[in-house]
Design a protein around this ligand. Structure first.
Ligand code: NAD
Length: 356
């Protein structure tokens, strides 16, 4: 198995180093090859996603990605900004399914803004369609009002669009994921208003009939946003389109209180995947040894599970993370009274020790 390692910018290299330490102690048959991405690649080659990095990603079974971006690149033209590298990799690899688990560890319930009883034991999987919807539909653009005698007004427009096959594909992904969990899928749409969503709901229902052992329910996105803060544990697998998923997955992430804990995976139809923490490059703490590496370490566990078919190794990582939290070690972002404050490297070392 081959893994492309793309550390990127900010805290990216620090957290990737810890995830690699953890993967290496498991002594798996994986070849790791490093490449630049994001601002680091812009500095070395003038582009955030050089061809050599894309080629490496395409030739690998999985990509382990740190984070990209820094405020110093904000003035660059859009196509050269570090964040474009993620969009480029999604496109080149055809990564249409984004998996964002929101898990609340018992030891960290205090970090949530919700009451402990609402959040304790929370384990939701949000599956977001990643390559369609209003972000990619055509036409999109801006039009200036015509000068002279008043005609119309300045306008901006985007097109929400999904095809049947795109919806079928993500629905199968969701039902298959639910088979390994509690066999419930909630499909989120806005079919009371949007034609795209009506198609979404019809196709979800049709695909659902192929999985009679899995319970499917439908929910409008506004209600889903409310239910996520009112009674989040009612969800198990939540599947939705690109824009609704973008918003709901961030909302669900914050239920757990700590962005430093949340992994993510984006997969294509060949189970190739890009694995990265849900957070960004955190330039404010980069180089200070303060970053929480657990989201990246947990992303590497998802990589073993979904792309490399190494379930037992994935479980060993997840159990080790739980053991480290139970032992009271905390990076500053999840620190509370009575626990022991540690840095990035100590946290990585503790996970390695727990695995050993
Ligand atoms: P961010 O997620 O980088 O940081 C938000 C806050 O969370 C900061 O206070 C940061 O210190 C903290 N934080 C994030 N990860 C942490 C960790 N592992 N441990 C402890 N604290 C952590 O979001 P931002 O500040 O809005 O963006 C910073 C840069 O990251 C921008 O250039 C943005 O475009 C980029 N970004 C990249 C990705 C990605 O690479 N996938 C995602 C989001 C943002």
């Amino acid at each position: 198995m081959k893994v492309a390692v793309l550390p990127g910018d900010g805290i990216g290299p620090e957290i990737i180093a810890e995830a690699l330490k953890v993967l290496k102690v498991l002594d798996l048959k994986i070849e790791f090859e490093h490449a630049d991405v994001g601002g680091a690649a812009y500095e070395s080659s003038g582009h955030p996603l050089p061809d050599s990095t894309t080629k490496l990603a395409l030739a690998s079974d999985a990509v382990l990605f740190g984070a990209v971006g820094d405020w110093k690149y904000d003035k660059l033209e859009r196509a050269l900004r570090p964040e474009q590298a993620i969009l480029g990799l999604r496109k080149h690899l055809g990564l249409y399914a984004n998996f964002r688990p929101a898990i609340c560890y018992a030891e960290l319930t205090h970090a949530s803004s919700l009451k402990p009883e609402l959040i304790n034991g929370l384990d939701i999987l949000i599956i977001r369609e990643l390559t369609g919807d209003i972000y990619f539909g055509q036409p999109k653009g801006r039009r200036k009002a015509v000068d002279g005698p008043f005609v119309g007004d300045d306008e901006g427009f985007d097109t929400m669009r999904y095809t049947r096959s795109e919806i079928e594909r993500i629905m199968h992904t969701a039902f298959k994921a639910a088979e390994k969990r509690s066999k419930r899928v909630t499909s989120v749409d806005k079919s009371n208003v949007l034609e795209t969503s009506q198609l979404w709901r019809d196709v979800a229902t049709e695909v659902g009939k192929m999985y009679p052992h899995i319970e499917l329910d439908h929910m409008y996105v506004d209600n889903a946003a409310m239910q996520l803060v009112k009674e989040p544990k009612k969800f198990d697998v939540l599947v939705t389109g690109n824009m609704f998923g973008d918003i709901l997955s961030d909302e669900a992430a914050m239920l757990t209180g700590s962005i430093g804990m949340l992994p993510s995976a984006s997969l294509n139809s060949k189970s190739q995947g890009l694995y990265e923490p849900s957070h960004g490059s955190a330039p404010d703490i980069a180089g200070k040894g303060l970053a929480n590496p657990l989201a990246t370490i947990l992303s590497s566990a998802m990589m073993l599970r979904f792309s490399l078919n190494m379930e037992s190794a994935a479980l060993r990582i997840e159990k080790a993370v739980q053991a480290v939290l139970a032992s009271g070690l905390r990076t500053p972002d999840i620190y509370s009274d009575g626990t022991q404050r540690v840095g990035t490297v100590e946290m990585g070392n503790a996970v390695v020790a727990a695995i050993k």
